[in-house]
Structure formats: structure tokens, C-alpha cells
Design a protein around this ligand. Structure first.
Ligand code: SAM
Length: 290
């Protein structure tokens, strides 16, 4: 059926019109397949009530799919030429949706506030080289989001959703778990992109959760205190937690005592601990003023 979504011919024609030379450093691979766009949009479960943050709208493939739901989209794009073209592309293909699009020209990592009302959803085909930091940053600055879907490199998708005990469980998995329940919901082949990337892609769906269900008797560890423990716990994967945290605590016996006070085995390794465990350790450190 004829829709406003982009196809290979329209992607090529817009790219030609603006003289675009896609760069690898900015992860510029553009989706030219309406089915892939529809799939991402339906996995995201967004509706006209949502205000969606999209990072890296590029030529607008996903942006148009999101606007089709009736939602409002705030699109953050680092590339000025792409950002400037986006409102025209939307106006030409879905004129009725043009007033529901806001474009912010910026590096997503530098954005600290989103214009207008609080975003309720995060949907993006992320620039692959900065996918994890950009994702975590957006989750941090959008406290009201409830649902999200991101497309990332396949291996990164697996790492983001990995559970404790898995070989690929690590800092990205633990930090994402602080914000969200994350599930891998699909794969996307290189052929739906122009230019064709040399990696497969994966889709991750996220459902927000309030910071982990930890025992809340003491003062709360802040997000940055928890992430400091996460970074230390995984800095040397083979170390027991008491050695990994020795630097923060002023020695491994002090670390041992604090970890034990948190109800965690100080000889455990970071890879065995879920975000609730790591947060409890951070809580014990915070209570001790460490
Ligand atoms: N969403 C489009 C699509 O699905 O066809 C394009 C996705 S492409 C993988 C990534 C996009 O992110 C590019 O448009 C690129 O210019 C943009 N980008 C790269 N780094 C960025 C950053 N730090 N902040 C915001 N946008 C960025």
C-alpha cells in the first residue's frame, strides 16, 4: 500500500538531494524498509498519547513510522544537514504530522534537558559506535519514560539484556537493568539499510522500572554511587568483590565488612551479582560514608 514511509528509492532521492555522504564515524546507516520500521514501531507499543524521544532520526525512516501513530516526536540529530532536512521530509510525506515533530540539533550525549513536556517513550535506531552511552544517558535524563525500543548491533543487544552468570553480563547489562527490564525482541539483517553495514542488528525492548527493589532501610544510594560500584565490580572480572572494591573502601578487609553488611558474599565476583545486589552494596558503602 502507498504510505508516507520511506522506501529504497525515496532514501536514495533524499540523500542525493542533500548531497549526503554517510559517515561511519556517525554510524550513518539508514533503514529503507517500511516493514522494519513498522515492526519497530509496533514493538514499541506507542500511541497518540506518547511523546517519543528519537535519537539519530537520519533521513526520517523511523521518525515517519513513529509519527504515523499520532505520537509527538522529539528527534535529536547531530548532523545539521540531516536535521535541517527532516521537517521538510515529514511535511512532504505526512503534512498532518508536521506539527508533532520537534528537531533538536545536538550530540545526544550533550543534551541535558528535553524541550516541552516529559518524554514517555524512547525509540531509536542508535548510532552503533556510541549506542550504549547514548542509551544510558537518555534514560537518565528522561525520568518519565515508560517504554522503549532500540536497534543496536546484534552483539550489543545480547550484552544489554544479559543476566548475571552469563559470560557477556557486564557493565552495560547491569546499568541498563538499573533503569529497565530489557528483552531482546528480534534481529534485523544488514540488507534493510543503506549503506549496508557489515554487522547484524538486534532489537531490545525496555520497560522502565523504578530503581531496583532493594531493602530501603538506610539512606538511599544515588544512581552515581551505584554505578561507581558497578564500574569497580566489573573493572577486573576475575577479582572477588572484596578485592574489586578495596580501592573504594580503603582496603579489602574494610570492603569485605561492608559487602557482608549488605548481605552479599564478599568472595563473589561481579558477574554473579544482579543490579539489586550491586545497589545493596552501594547502599552499605553510602551508609558508611564511603
Ligand atoms: N534513524 C535513522 C534510520 O533508522 O534510518 C538513522 C539511524 S543511523 C543508524 C544513526 C543516526 O544517528 C544518524 O543519522 C547519525 O547522524 C546520528 N547520530 C550519530 N551520532 C549521534 C549523536 N551523538 N547524537 C545524535 N545523533 C547522532
Amino acid at each position: 500500500s502507498d504510505t508516507g514511509l520511506l522506501n529504497p528509492a525515496s532514501v536514495r532521492s533524499i540523500a542525493h538531494q542533500i548531497g549526503l555522504r554517510p559517515t561511519k564515524t556517525r554510524g550513518q546507516n539508514f533503514v529503507h524498509d517500511a516493514n522494519t520500521v513498522r515492526r519497530i514501531v509496533s514493538l514499541a507499543q506507542v500511541s497518540a498519547q506518547d511523546r517519543i524521544i528519537e535519537i539519530g532520526p537520519g533521513l526520517g525512516s523511523l521518525t515517519l513510522g513513529l509519527l504515523e501513530t499520532g505520537a509527538h516526536v522529539v528527534a535529536i540529530e547531530i548532523d545539521e544537514v540531516l536535521a535541517n532536512q527532516l521537517p521538510d521530509t515529514v511535511f512532504q510525506r505526512m503534512p498532518e504530522a508536521a506539527h508533532r515533530l520537534d528537531v533538536v540539533v545536538a550530540d545526544a550525549l550533550d543534551v541535558t534537558t528535553i524541550p516541552g513536556a516529559e518524554p514517555t517513550a524512547l525509540v531509536a535506531n542508535l548510532p552503533y559506535n556510541v549506542a550504549v552511552p547514548v542509551l544510558l544517558h537518555m534514560l537518565e535524563i528522561c525520568p518519565q519514560w515508560r517504554t522503549g525500543v532500540v536497534m543496536v548491533q546484534s552483539e550489543v543487544a545480547d550484552r544489554l539484556v544479559a543476566a548475571p552468570g552469563s559470560k557477556i553480563y557486564g557493565v552495560p547489562s547491569a546499568k541498563l537493568a538499573w533503569y529497565a527490564e530489557a528483552v531482546r525482541v528480534g534481529s534485523v539483517p544488514p540488507t534493510v539499510f543503506w549503506p549496508v553495514p557489515n554487522v547484524d542488528s538486534g532489537l531490545v525492548r525496555m520497560t522502565r522500572r523504578c530503581p531496583p527493589q532493594i531493602d530501603r532501610r538506610g539512606p538511599h544510594a544515588t544512581r552515581s554511587q551505584v554505578f561507581r560500584v558497578v564500574d569497580a565490580a566489573f573493572a577486573s572480572r576475575r577479582k572477588m568483590l572484596r578485592s574489586a572494591l578495596a580501592g573504594l573502601c580503603g582496603g579489602s578487609s574494610a570492603a569485605s565488612a561492608l559487602i557482608t553488611a549488605a548481605g552479599i558474599d564478599p568472595t563473589a565476583r561481579g558477574e554473579a551479582l544482579d543490579i539489586g545486589d550491586l545497589a545493596r552494596v552501594a547502599e552499605a558503602l553510602a551508609q558508611a560514608g564511603v
